[in-house]
Design a protein around this ligand. Structure first.
Ligand SMILES: [Zn+2]
Length: 82
């Protein structure tokens, strides 16, 4: 039986001046979370950090105090530290 990959989740973190409460620590892709389109507009996240997210319809936005359904993956440090 294949072992499911377990992601280590950090509690909180600040990226682009916004606090996230659901950040996944991924050694391969870099830390990532997921965000809703309302937060994308509100916080102006860089377009190159976003990927359309339509796999799972019940994942909540990772921005602190936001409970919308997430629509995008957001990958931190993409194009900066990798
Ligand atoms: Zn949101």
């Amino acid at each position: 039986m294949r072992k499911r990959r377990v992601y280590k989740s950090k509690n909180k973190g600040e990226h682009f001046g916004v606090f996230f409460n659901d950040i996944v620590d991924d050694a391969t892709a870099g830390d990532w979370s997921q965000v809703c389109s309302s937060c994308v507009r509100k916080h102006g996240f860089p377009k190159e950090t976003l990927d359309q997210y339509d796999v799972d319809k019940d994942t909540l936005c990772g921005v602190e105090r936001c409970d919308n359904i997430a629509e995008y993956f957001i990958t931190f440090y993409r194009g900066y530290d990798l």
